[in-house]
Design a protein around this ligand. Sequence first.
Ligand SMILES: [Ca+2]
Length: 361
Amino acid sequence: MAYKMLMLVACIAISGCARLTETHSSNTRSDATKDGPVDGAADGAADGAADGPADGAADGPADGPVGDGGPVADGPVGDGGPVGDTRGLDMPLPNDTQAPGVWVTIPRGTFTMGSPLSEPCRLANEDQHQVTLTHEFEMQTTEVTQTQFLALMGYNPSFSSSCGGTCPVENVTWDEAVAYTNALSAREELVECYTCTGSGDTVSCEEAATFSGQQIYSCPGYRLPTDAEWERAYRGGTQTAYYTGANDEDSCSTACPSFSQADETGWYCGNSGEKLHPVGEKSPNAFGLFDMGGNIEERCHDRYTASLGSSAVIDPAGSDGTFHVLRGGAFALLAHSMCAAHRTQQGYRRSYIGFRCARTR
Ligand SMILES: [Ca+2]
């Protein structure tokens, strides 16, 4: 395919795609080079113009944090229903390669989204505020694998296809990701959450008119998690930078040092060998979710907004911005990109961007 050829040329030019990173400097290694647009992703535009949160880790947001980063308000973590729902599959393994994979239920409730001003490496788009999600939702325990994507969609867009079927699918646009969730819905005769035209790597999608804005939480079918759902799922009741512990000042360094909290969380530039890894090799969080930090960055349902504000919100569903939210860092990115509150955006396909699925219960 043409975009793969262009990607190959781009990789050769910079001596390896593993060093490809996002463009905002606070999240990237100093020796990293941005890969140019590989093709015209349906939600793409001029790269760089909106390719990341406003920097300003040193300044912090103008509005102060809400509360002091205390515990979540809705009781113990892990009370959200069955773990290991395999939808009839025989092998409930974390690296199960069959669609739709293994799922857990994340309980409804209130939590503190964002990071405190004191957190090392934090960015200005991490305003701390209370978020209430009035619904419980299911989330896939792993990133969608290449085998899962190929089985449903009939092609594998991944740049690192040699990594194997248990590795996450990557190099997907937001449109390709939601087309996959629609395919899951269609297979189970659920109402689809997105309207798509075309197919394959040129598919173009948007949220269905019936489920625009906050109505997305009413969609019966599969979808991507919202920005707020993703962070609630990641935290698993924790309020630290990583679900494995506090951040380290060293993680702000573009030299990408390795340290324990990050190493336990997932694959990033300090421990990945700058290559993609099979899903489920790191320890899961309290909800049983793997690779929420690292390996591939994960596309979210809603569109990015730089300022979350300090006011409490109920069932947030993003903005009317151009690009959709990305979460969780990646094998080629710095450790702090794996932090719970780290948010960014990207309109183009990238060799380190994939997704996992969610569904309102
Ligand atoms: Ca991930």
